[in-house]
Design a protein. Structure first.
Lengths: 285, 632, 199
């Protein structure tokens, strides 16, 4: 019995690998070429593009891994099931040092490659990938000193935006110019929110007392969704807005109009600052 | 056994209701709440910061404190500490004997505590599940129709908190308490009274958490992010108190199981013969004993911010919301593995029995569990990649997070090796164990997206995260839990569960679990944030599909309940002592298991997984003729 | 392992040797849990001080309030002495354990009493920004843990005085409680350095 069984071992292994190769050969191109272009968050900004690339690559890498495990399991269910109906012992295999070592080396290599690649894309190629980096960003894109600062102020349950280069006026609408590096300075007046501009690929927590900076460079004009991604109380679901990416001349025109429109409230505003400290927050009665 | 030598006095039922039991605990608990609320109110009168608010957090907290004290005193937990001060000799006998009433009072028999946990935690699990059904009802439509958004958020908070609190002890409570002493050859746990305390704190925590509904609800999900928690209404006091109680309970569960496994193993139960489930429990209990106290401290800070007006988390008063996020996730990430590791233990325990093969790569499995345990303390900031704190450390946390997939991968290799050339029997526990691997595979691989910072910027705080952790917790832990239920219930309750209903339960649960949560990855990718009562209209079709699947998933739980009630109350087919022909030590004792498990402490002769080994000795010698020498 | 482990005992209590091992190991795990509890406050101190939000901790003129050094030193001395005496009692011969245990108990209670006295004449309150929050939380909860340990010491005293527990268990129990007290003393040293010496 042992000899017959051991003769079968390589056949099972090769069959599983063949099935897996076929499945992967079908799945991988589908993921990269068919699903890939539709993966979020699109290609509106270079940051969104880098996130989409990460999503495509991870899907293309992880689906074959999942397929390998699933193939092995399903193959085992079919081939190694107990056909006798009684209780029959299987071969007493306690482990195999070679296979275990191979598995550790393989998973270790994949994990290290992922971590190195993830760090590379985060730091070198996408410069923070649109994520909030706090008051002193470490992954800064080229020309960040000349980035257009836009302050995003969260409060329960509204977003407002201030443009310090244009006199610090405050607006309830958000517009940014295309092909210009924009630095979002996200902060909060009360509790923790999270500024999520979906198509821009920007997500940065709005934390009271913190100036959370995220960079973005829009590739083309259009609308984008703004959501709150951190539960902030009663109307969390309704902290949603539409923002606009405008061409530079249209943006200048919008600034002029918005400044005029909001001029009446300017004198009631606190002077522009990185963070704001309203009176200590206590329970709302 | 000597136990039968002590006469049991039969008294009428009404007489048995009086004394230290659950009823007295409830009465004293409620009385304590009123007394405490009054005392706390008196303490707080005249303090400035209460002006302008309509709630008194000091009163709320002192009320809950007195309620818990009343509950515990009514159950009889004060008797022993007072007796100790008076120098009375300790005894457990009167806490272990008695009929069905043992299940409703302080009982130090680990098997009774296990069953108390099974039903206690089970009830709260079903309440949490009901909350999920109500949430999915709301999400049938893109704007609030079924529930106003405040009530919706309370449902979210209660569902999340209830599930996290109760599933933390979902396996260690019922099966850890019941089977660890049986599996290692001990008569009881190291600290039986502490064991009873850990259970009886659990319903107190659950009831207090539910009282949040009456005091204004929870606005913040299960994470309770701090500045929001400090401003929240009275329901937050309930959340804080309940979490403190459950964290104390978890700390003590961990301490108790850890000490039991280290000191109380039978002779011959070497570390390499320890069942893999016990290794899983051991790794989990280390996490519990170390991580849960941090939660107690964190929640105490929230309590002080609310009741004593300190400013740990208020930026404008010199605190920082980041402090809460760091402390919470320093507990919170080990907590995730508190949920996962017992599941690993269960499925690896079930696989060898139904493949009739030894566990493949036992040492690798142990290394995997210990590796996960150690790494889990070093990954917490991956929850905070876009929070704006320590941006320079993101590559480090990306690395540690991805490293965790190496030891987790060991568990998959163990399973694959064990299935290799096996004689697989597709029993119900085996089906649940195999489904665990499928679900956890999806859950684990989707976690890689979240660990990669560029991808996390898209997925953080979206339904993608929500689908990910439901795949690991519900698809992992809850499937492992049901595997354990079907595997061990014949020993625990002594009845056979109906197999047809069990298989219906499995297939409904497996299929509709995947149909519920797989689309939610897409919802997250399409920009739907977590915990919203309203969403973009174009996502309605997706959400309706998910809601309907979720209702069927909920229905599958009713199938399980029906099966349990049918088998336990009506059919009552007695179970065989070892229906699965398992080599596990827990299957070698009679059903029902006698009070002290073993007449004599057995001497372990071989490992629990030596299936197919020619001439393998019996797993243990239950009547050791010659006692082994001291020190063995 | 002792031979008596193998048979059931009439009062449902495990053999003294096993109980002794349990209480020794249990105390070590408990001490680790207590340590992780106070790690949260340790972290809170360093973190809030480093962030210095709204300039309320380090910045001039918002320098944080200072508690009285005299009470601080007195509490520190009491806690350290309690741990040392308990440790010594664990090493003493059985007949003299009682005196040591009682002395350690009184010293712990004195530390708690001193803490209460300090709170009643603090000069600032929990509302006075980050430092005050950490100070009140850390010292208050430390006193609470010390009180709990004092209860444990009281049971040890009761054991040593009466004849309820076996000598082996008595020795283990006092050793165990002294271990927890030593860890608490370590936490108190950290608290003293951070809360009183660091500006």
């Amino acid at each position: 019995m042992t000899t017959a069984a051991s003769a079968q071992i390589p056949r099972h292994g090769i069959r599983i690998v063949l099935i897996w190769l076929v499945l992967t050969a079908i799945a991988a191109p589908l993921i990269v070429f068919v699903l890939g272009p539709h993966l979020p968050p699109g290609n509106m900004t270079s940051e969104a593009g880098s996130q989409r690339d990460a999503n495509v690559l991870l899907t293309a890498l992880l689906v074959p891994i999942a397929l390998l495990v699933v193939t092995f399991f399903v193959y085992s269910f079919v081939v190694f099931r107990n056909r006798t109906g009684g209780i029959v012992d299987g071969p007493p295999l306690f482990g195999d040092a070679g296979v275990q070592l191979l598995w550790i080396v393989l998973t270790g290599a994949i994990v290290l490659a992922l971590a190195v690649w993830g760090s590379y894309t985060l730091i070198v190629s996408s410069h923070g990938a649109g994520g909030g980096q706090g008051p002193s960003p470490v992954d800064q894109p080229k020309g960040h000193e000349h980035a257009l600062p836009v302050q995003v102020i969260a409060q329960q349950w509204e977003w407002t935006f201030r443009y310090p280069t244009y006199g610090g006026f405050e607006s309830r609408d958000l517009a940014i110019p295309d092909n210009t590096l924009v630095a979002f300075h996200v902060t909060s007046l009360d509790i923790t929110h999270s500024f999520w501009a979906y198509e821009l690929g920007v997500k940065a927590d709005a934390v009271p007392g913190v100036d959370d900076i995220a960079y973005v460079n829009a590739r083309h004009t259009g609308f984008f969704q703004i959501r709150c991604a951190e539960l902030c109380g009663l109307w969390h679901a309704h902290m949603a807005k539409k923002g606009r990416v405008l061409s530079l001349p249209a943006f200048q025109a919008w600034i002029k109009a918005a400044k005029q429109k909001n001029a009446v409230v300017q004198k009631y505003l606190a002077p522009y600052s990185d963070v704001y400290f309203p009176a200590p927050l206590r329970r709302a009665g | 056994m000597s136990a039968t030598a002590i006469p049991v006095v039969r008294r009428p039922v009404w007489r048995r209701l009086i004394g230290f039991n659950m009823l007295t605990g409830l009465v004293l608990g409620i009385a304590g709440w009123f007394l405490g609320a009054w005392v706390g109110g008196q303490i707080a009168v005249g303090h400035d910061y209460l002006l302008g608010t309509d709630q008194n957090d000091v009163g709320a907290f002192v009320g809950y404190l007195f309620a818990v004290i009343g509950w515990l005193v009514g159950l009889g937990f004060a008797n022993y500490p007072i007796g100790r001060l008076l120098g009375r000799p300790p005894t457990l006998r009167h806490h272990e004997l008695g009929g069905w009433t043992r299940y409703f009072r302080l009982c130090t028999d680990h098997k009774v505590v296990g069953i108390q946990y099974l039903f206690g935690v089970g009830i709260f699990f079903f309440i949490g599940g009901l909350n999920a059904m109500l949430m999915r009802t709301e999400l049938l439509r893109p704007i609030e129709k079924a529930w106003p958004s405040g009530q919706y958020l309370t449902l979210v908070g209660l569902h999340g908190t209830m599930m996290i609190m109760m599933t933390s002890a979902f396996i260690l409570g019922p099966f850890g308490n019941y089977f660890v002493p049986l599996m290692i050859g001990a008569r009881r746990m190291a600290f039986p009274r502490v064991e009873a305390l850990t259970f009886w704190l659990t319903p107190a925590a659950g009831l207090i958490l539910m009282s949040a509904i009456a005091f204004g609800g929870l606005p913040f999900g299960w994470t309770g992010y701090a500045p929001l928690a400090v401003e929240g209404r009275g329901g937050v006091d309930a959340y804080v108190t309940a979490f403190i109680l459950i964290a104390i309970s978890l700390t003590l569960v961990g301490l108790n199981l850890l000490v039991t496994i280290v000191t109380m193993r039978a002779p011959g139960m070497t570390w390499t013969r320890l069942p893999i489930f016990v290794w899983g429990v051991l790794a989990t209990s280390v996490l519990m004993a170390l991580a849960a106290p941090v939660l107690v401290a964190t929640m105490t800070m929230v309590l002080m911010d609310r009741a004593a007006n300190t400013s740990y988390f208020l930026a404008s008063a010199g605190g920082s919301p980041y402090l809460y996020e760091n402390l919470f996730w320093f507990f919170g990430h080990p907590e995730v593995y508190i949920l996962a590791l017992p599941g690993f233990g269960i499925v690896l325990e079930i696989l060898p029995v139904f493949t009739r093969k030894p566990l493949w790569g036992y040492r690798l499995a142990v290394a995997g569990m210990v590796g996960v345990m150690l790494l889990s303390f070093m990954v917490w900031q991956h929850h905070l990649f876009v929070s704006g704190m320590n941006a320079g450390l993101r590559p480090f946390y990306m690395l540690t997070t991805e490293l965790i997939s190496i030891p987790t991968g060991f568990i998959f290799l163990n399973a694959m090796g064990t299935l290799w050339r096996a004689q697989i029997r597709f029993t119900v526990p085996m089906l649940f164990a195999l489904a665990f691997f499928f679900n956890f595979l999806i859950g684990g691989l989707s976690g890689v997206f979240l660990s990669d910072v560029p991808s996390d910027v898209t997925t953080h705080g979206s339904y993608f995260v929500m689908a990910h952790f439901h795949y690991t917790i519900m698809g992992g832990l809850v499937f492992a839990f049901f595997g354990a239920v079907y595997y061990w219930l014949p020993k625990m309750l002594g009845v056979v569960l109906n197999e047809t209903l069990a298989k219906i339960h499995f297939w409904l649960m497996f299929v509709f679990f995947n149909l519920t949560f797989m689309p939610l990855f897409a919802a997250g990718f399409l920009g739907m944030p977590r915990r919203v009562s309203a969403y973009a209209p174009h996502l309605q079709v997706l959400n309706d599909f998910v809601s309907v699947s979720a209702f069927v998933l909920g229905f599958s739980m009713l199938v399980f309940l029906a099966n349990l009630v049918w088998s336990l109350v009506f059919a009552r087919i007695p179970a065989a002592e070892n229906p699965w022909a398992s080599r596990g030590l827990e299957w070698q004792v009679p059903t029902p298991v006698p009070v002290e498990n073993f007449e004599r402490i057995p001497v372990i002769r071989s490992g629990p997984y030596e299936y197919g080994v020619p001439n393998a000795p019996a797993v243990a010698d239950f009547t050791p003729a010659a006692l082994p020498a001291a020190g063995s | 392992m002792d031979a008596s482990v193998h048979t059931a005992l009439p009062d449902g209590v495990e053999p003294a040797e096993l109980l002794a091992r349990n209480v020794r190991l249990g105390a070590r795990v408990w001490a680790a849990s207590v340590g992780f509890f106070f790690v949260a406050f340790f972290f809170a101190f360093l973190y809030l001080r480093a962030l210095d939000t709204n300039g309320l901790w380090r910045g001039w003129p918002h320098h944080h309030p200072t508690p009285s050094m005299g009470f601080g030193v007195a509490i520190l001395v009491c806690v350290l002495a309690s741990a040392a005496v308990a440790r010594a009692a664990a090493m003493l011969e059985p007949t003299r354990r009682r005196v040591g245990a009682i002395a350690a108990l009184l010293l712990s209670l004195a530390a708690v009493a001193l803490q209460c006295a300090q709170f009643s004449s603090l000069g600032f309150g929990p509302t006075d920004a980050g430092y005050a929050s950490v100070f009140v939380g850390w010292t208050g909860l430390f006193a609470l843990f010390l009180l709990g340990t004092a209860y444990w010491l009281a049971t040890v005293v009761a054991d040593v005085s009466g004849d309820g527990a076996s000598p082996a268990f008595q020795a283990a129990a006092i050793e165990a409680v002294s271990f927890v007290l030593i860890v608490l003393a370590g936490i108190e040293i950290a608290a003293f350095i951070l809360l009183y010496l660091v500006v």
